[in-house]
Design a protein around this ligand. Structure first.
Ligand SMILES: C[S@@+](CC[C@H](N)C(=O)[O-])C[C@H]1O[C@@H](n2cnc3c(N)ncnc32)[C@H](O)[C@@H]1O
Ligand SMILES: Nc1c(NC[C@H](O)[C@H](O)[C@H](O)CO)[nH]c(=O)[nH]c1=O
Ligand SMILES: N[C@@H](Cc1ccc(O)cc1)C(=O)O
Ligand code: SF4
Length: 450
């Protein structure tokens, strides 16, 4: 057993003793009335809505429908009926990571990547040339965004100067020189530059990655983002958020940055002028109060920066993860919890315009249902998926523009192609012979996939 398994095996969900719990002085009816009237919600209001009332055990199906209805109406007022999606490719650079998050099965402990490790393993590291080639192929097919999120490979540095100052003998620095590995991941600078050369919009460097890119150095998050923006980084994915309450992070990802550091890194992205998304990974050990506290952290951040383009709820995929395998959790969120999370996010985040329904996490059928609970974006084509798949997710790895047009037409919503920051939108003619993409440098309208 690895140390990650040992850690999960030691956890007992009955003994967490959280300080943040779903108890309020508010009533469900009051909270619902405020939501319907468009009054800014308090955390207590949010808790009443997401629990369908703390005065009842479990979820009340009738009250749930009222919350979903209010959120659907708000969605229609804020963004209308159109549903957006993007032509993008996922291009994860490496699975090597020693952070040990207990919900993650994407990573492979980095020692397996060392030259002297002789056994087979399922991990990978791409060179900048390989990373460029994956993106270039996708761009040729019409894709115009690359989402790149990766493990924190110990040989990664921001640039060569960073790698020189990192001390391999100091365990705090989590650094091993590239010579120790089969494949050198090189530097964030080189990898971002290689992907940007293709003309694709580079959406990369999560708060956790940017922290890795400045470990042991005295420059801050803004300097890292500035240097990478210079070589082509355009926007930042807001993963590594998980639950932005430290008592939950201490259990599921004790090796990760804190809530405050996550917020700091997002503020740094804003300072440098890089728009960012925001996420929440829910449905594991946290309770409903943690979910709403998380939304409050995001809403406050957005009040200060106005830099968040969308909120992306990520329902925990439990099957092949340490948390599930060691019985810490019995599964992920229920469908009713997914619906309420999307709906309450729409009502609570009154300053974030777009909410994504992720077909990777929810599947097509239920993903479409969530577009009637407050969501207005249906993710992207992605072409490849490793994080969810390795955790046991079953919903495949890509969707074509034809798939999107057919699915959205079936629920009577107009399909709209968008760019990463929603700066450009194109309503798709559902009677056309081909549907696109058309917004990218080489997107000439021919289908992305056969
Ligand atoms: C796998 S990490 C890669 C990037 C970087 N290492 C980081 O942590 O930000 C990206 C995100 O995937 C999500 N993720 C990982 N495992 C998941 C799972 N089993 N179910 C749902 N989301 C998951 C988490 O929200 C995590 O922050
Ligand atoms: N929600 C998930 C995404 N979302 C990424 C989006 O497709 C896109 O990059 C973003 O909206 C910025 O334009 N990607 C995944 O791989 N898995 C998800 O669950
Ligand atoms: N959804 C994130 C990126 C992401 C990537 C991989 C995931 O598994 C989840 C989310 C964003 O749009 O910014
Ligand atoms: S979530 Fe990110 S940091 Fe955590 S183990 Fe997975 S790849 Fe590493």
């Amino acid at each position: 057993m690895s140390w990650i398994d040992d850690r999960a095996a030691d956890l007992d969900a009955d003994e967490f003793g959280f300080d943040v719990v779903p108890e309020t002085d508010q009533s469900f009816e009051n909270a619902l009335a405020k939501a319907r009237d468009g009054v800014r919600l308090t955390v207590d209001d949010g808790i009443e809505l997401i629990t369908t009332g703390t005065d009842v055990e479990g979820l009340d199906p009738r009250r749930k429908e009222l919350v979903l209805e209010a959120a659907d109406r708000r969605r229609a007022e804020v963004v209308g009926e159109e549903v957006t999606f993007i032509a993008n490719v996922n291009n994860n650079l490496t699975t090597a990571c020693n952070t040990g998050c207990l919900f993650c099965n994407f990573k492979d402990t980095a020692h397996q990547f060392e030259t002297e490790y002789q056994q087979e393993h399922a991990g990978f590291t791409k060179t900048p040339a390989e990373a460029r080639s994956v993106v270039a192929d996708a761009v040729e097919r019409g894709v115009y965004e690359v989402t790149s999120v990766s493990g924190l490979h110990p040989a990664f540095g921001l640039n060569e100067e960073h790698r020189e100052l990192l001390d391999p003998d100091d365990p705090e620095m989590n650094y091993k020189p590239p010579e120790a590995y089969d494949t050198d991941p090189t530097t964030y600078r080189e990898q971002i530059a290689a992907m940007a050369e293709t003309g694709a919009h580079v959406h990369s460097m999560t708060p956790e990655e940017v922290d890795h890119a400045q470990r042991g150095a005295d420059w801050g998050y803004a300097d890292v983002y500035r240097e990478l923006a210079d070589v082509g980084l355009k926007t930042v994915p807001g993963t590594a958020a998980e639950i932005l309450v430290d008592e939950v992070r201490d259990i599921i990802c004790p090796g990760k940055i804190t809530t405050q550091e996550w917020v700091d890194s997002m503020e740094a992205a804003a300072e440098v002028g890089l728009p960012m998304t925001s996420t929440m990974m829910y449905g594991h050990v946290e309770n409903e109060a943690h979910r709403v506290e998380h939304l409050k952290v995001l809403r406050d951040l957005q009040d200060r920066t106005g830099n968040i383009t969308e909120f992306v709820p990520l329902s925990f995929i439990h099957q092949d993860t340490p948390l599930y395998e060691h019985g810490v959790v019995e599964g992920g969120a229920s469908k009713a919890e997914d619906e309420l999370l999307i709906a309450v996010a729409r009502l609570f985040l009154d300053n974030v315009e777009h909410i994504q329904s992720s077909w990777v996490k929810y599947g097509d059928e239920f993903g479409l249902k969530l577009l009637n609970c407050g969501a207005d974006d249906f993710m992207g084509t992605i072409l490849s998926e490793e994080i969810t798949k390795r955790a046991g997710g079953q919903y495949g790895e890509f969707r074509s523009f034809r798939d999107y047009v057919e699915m959205l037409s079936a629920i009577g919503r107009p399909p709209v192609e968008r760019t990463t920051d929603y700066g450009e939108r194109r309503r798709i003619d559902t009677d056309a012979e081909v549907f696109g993409p058309q917004l990218g440098p080489q997107a000439d309208g021919t289908p992305l996939l056969d």
